[in-house]
Design a protein around this ligand. Structure first.
Ligand SMILES: [Zn+2]
Length: 217
């Protein structure tokens, strides 16, 4: 306490104080206008979770400071700090985060927030393992030329043969003279197979005659 008074009695030095000194000063009061202003700055900055956004300030993000924050009831700041810890620890799992924070004496109240933080992490969700329903689902074309649809469009006296890849939506079309089997086979070859190779699955509406052709099998 005496040391603190001594420091207060000294005239304000123009030297820029470090972040931790700033905080110490912020915690005591009545030091004149200059200090009060800085206290204000310090407060807004602290309410964002005690962890500065600027990368050069990441060094000051000590676990001790975070642990102190966790003993307060500033839930917004606590959540933000947990999220930052999660990111800083290379997207640690709920289990890892809980285990570590438990060891440094973080209360159950804070530990209970962890699952929500980890489960809502955008990065973790994007990289999550696909569930069993996502694997080997034949209905969803995830590759080019896996499922290609073809159909005929009649405009006035013209017949347009149209093909589209279900995955990429890449498509191609050409005018054909008639809808005979041979004409259609030739169109498929010219439009698609010559360029992309035969599609794994050719999907038709069943009317066009392609479905019945032995050549497509
Ligand atoms: Zn994550």
């Amino acid at each position: 306490m005496a040391a603190s008074w001594e420091r207060t009695a000294k005239p304000k030095s123009p030297r820029k104080t470090s972040k931790s000194e700033d905080k110490q000063e912020a915690s005591s009061s009545n030091r004149g206008l200059d200090v009060e202003q800085r206290v204000c700055h310090s407060r807004t900055y602290r309410d964002q979770g005690d962890i500065p956004e600027a990368p050069h300030d990441w060094n000051s993000f000590g676990i001790g400071r975070v642990a102190r924050l966790f003993r307060t009831n500033r839930e917004g700041a606590i959540r933000l700090s947990l999220r930052k810890l999660h990111t800083r620890w290379w997207h640690a799992s709920e289990h890892t985060m809980k285990r570590f924070l438990e060891r440094v004496g973080v209360s159950q109240r804070v530990l209970d927030i962890i699952p929500g933080i980890v489960q809502t992490c955008r990065v973790c969700r994007e990289w999550a393992k696909p569930g069993p329903s996502n694997s080997s689902n034949v209905e969803i074309a995830d590759t080019f030329n896996l499922q290609v649809e073809c159909d005929l469009i009649f405009i006035h006296k013209f017949i347009i043969f149209h093909m589209i890849d279900r995955c990429t939506r890449w498509h191609a079309a050409m005018v054909i003279p008639n809808k005979q089997e041979e004409t259609l086979m030739k169109a498929i070859d010219t439009l698609w197979v010559a360029t992309h190779g035969p599609p794994k699955e050719l999907i038709t509406d069943g009317e066009s005659g392609i479905a019945l052709s032995n050549l497509t099998k």
